[in-house]
Design a protein around this ligand. Structure first.
Ligand code: NAD
Length: 362
């Protein structure tokens, strides 16, 4: 059985780092092929894979691979180049675009959606969303330090004292918690808001102050994800946020509701009250943004406030993003590849949720 790793399109990451591919060969009993140049932008040249993988062209890889793993789905125009009934493993976003499942089935492919793996303790080691979100949260803070014209920590120097900066984090999921931890490590004062009360303790254990907004909807049936809040709740939250935004130096926004438009938490009116030099990093940019003024994929300046719209900052740490993504996928593949053979147990709950084309098996 051949596992193929293609080069990503417009992405510096690669699905497997060399060390993880070596483990895949050993633990899964498979052969690995890599498209030439696939790891280069993540600082893994072809030579780093030479002992564990056969380096081939894209056409050869598609023609011979039984399983193809990629961070972003292979472009639809190339599906016909794959083997019939090949297994493709990627983030298909089928929760937002259910039509992708029918298209994959029509193309005769069997697909596992990495973004459908349940967010449970059992599946934690397979959770690519957490690995990538955590990197994004870390990088969001570093990016903020790049645009922010002041220090984060308090400093007492012979030339005078510098006050610590205040960082406000909206959304304390995986990315938000990593942003809180990173900003604290850099010496900032951190505040955070999230409708899920369950994260209050986590925010506080990282040294952040939790901003409580009463009356959030119960999310216990949403598989760990947040539910859409009422307009009344969001309005009260915006008032709480506005009071703090005026004093904040940096705002990192990560608030998302899976499969829905991101909640708008920072209207233009709030940004207008922020201090010149302040920075907003909007990680929810691709789903509409948490700030009304965010432009996805752009850095803009509004009355002296820098607003960065970028939902995929894990691309900016491509080597570790690739390493962690591959480790997650290897743990996931151990569920259904044993001694070089496929053994898909459809009664396994992780398989049930992620095998999005189930029913078209050979
Ligand atoms: P996400 O990216 O879907 O959302 C980010 C955060 O935005 C969430 O914390 C959400 O509550 C918050 N949010 C939504 N509306 C908001 C609003 N109006 N204001 C402020 N914040 C708002 O979340 P994620 O980081 O992918 O995590 C999703 C869930 O999965 C979380 O509950 C997380 O704890 C859970 N999880 C569990 C595991 C595990 O047990 N293995 C692993 C990872 C994540």
């Amino acid at each position: 059985m051949i596992l193929g790793i293609p080069k990503e399109t417009n992405d510096r990451r690669v699905a497997f780092a060399p060390a993880t591919l070596a483990k895949a060969v050993k633990d899964l009993g498979i052969e690995c092929w890599l498209e030439s140049g696939a790891g280069l932008a993540a600082s893994f040249p072809d030579g780093a894979y030479s002992e564990v993988a056969k380096v081939v062209t894209r056409a050869e890889l598609f023609q011979h691979s039984d399983i193809v793993v990629s961070i972003n789905p292979i472009p639809e125009s190339e599906w016909k180049l794959l083997k019939k009934e090949a297994i493709v493993i990627s983030r298909f976003e089928s929760y937002m675009k259910p039509e992708v499942v029918g298209k994959l089935q029509e193309a005769g492919l069997r697909a596992f959606g990495l973004d459908m793996v349940p967010r449970t303790t059992l599946a934690q080691s397979m959770d690519v969303l957490s690995s990538l979100a955590s990197i994004s949260g870390y990088k969001a803070v570093l990016l903020a330090t790049h645009y922010f014209p002041r220090y984060f920590p308090m400093l007492i120097t012979p030339a005078g004292s510098v006050k610590p900066s205040t960082v406000l984090v909206l959304g304390a999921g995986v990315a938000g918690l990593q942003a809180i931890a990173t900003a604290k490590r850099l010496g900032a004062i951190v505040e955070a808001s999230d409708p899920r009360l369950a994260v209050k303790e986590e925010v506080e254990s990282l040294g952040g102050k939790f901003i409580l907004v009463e009356g959030a909807k119960d999310d216990s049936g949403a598989g760990g994800y947040a539910v859409e809040q009422s307009e009344d709740f969001l309005q009260r939250q915006r008032v709480e946020v506005q009071a703090r935004a005026a004093k904040a130096d940096v705002i990192i926004t990560t608030a998302q509701v899976r499969g829905k438009k991101a909640p708008m938490l920072l209207p233009a009116e709030t940004v207008n009250q922020m201090k010149p030099g302040s920075v907003i990093i909007d990680l929810a940019a691709s789903t509409g943004g948490n700030c009304e003024l965010t432009q996805d994929g752009k850095v803009i300046s509004h009355n002296g406030v820098t607003i960065v719209g970028n939902s995929d900052l894990s691309q900016e740490l491509p080597q570790d993003a690739s390493f962690l993504f591959g480790n997650n996928v290897l743990n996931f593949m151990k569920l259904f590849v044993k001694k070089g053979e496929l053994a898909i147990d459809e009664s396994n709950v992780i398989i049930q949720q992620s095998f999005i084309t189930a029913g078209v098996t050979a």
